[in-house]
Design a protein. Structure first.
Length: 97
């Protein structure tokens, strides 16, 4: 593997990075664009913020999105399991009659 193999160039917050990865370059570019968008949104809320502060705010926003998605997924999974149990009980009662 050459030194450039597996490197995906991206730009986040005006800085260029070469990301070494086995992921698809298009996917990595989408990730970088998303992170860049979050940092820009944080910069709009705190225009005088230093880069580290903006990165932390962006990371907190992304973590919040992750937690909300995870919670929603767990809630849906629980609702599906609960409904499946109700249906199983209904079927059992119908088979017993």
């Amino acid at each position: 593997m050459s030194d450039d193999e597996g490197l995906v160039p991206v730009e986040i917050a005006g800085l260029r990075y070469a990301i070494r990865t086995e992921l698809a370059p298009e996917y990595v570019a989408r990730l970088a664009a998303y992170v860049d968008e979050k940092i820009r949104a944080a910069a709009n809320l705190s225009p005088s913020g230093d880069p580290v502060r903006l990165a932390v705010l962006a990371a907190l926003n992304v973590a919040d999105e992750l937690f909300r998605c995870r919670d929603a997924h767990l809630a849906r999974t629980g609702q599906i399991a609960e409904r499946a149990q109700e249906l199983e009980q209904m079927i059992d009662s119908l088979l017993m009659t």
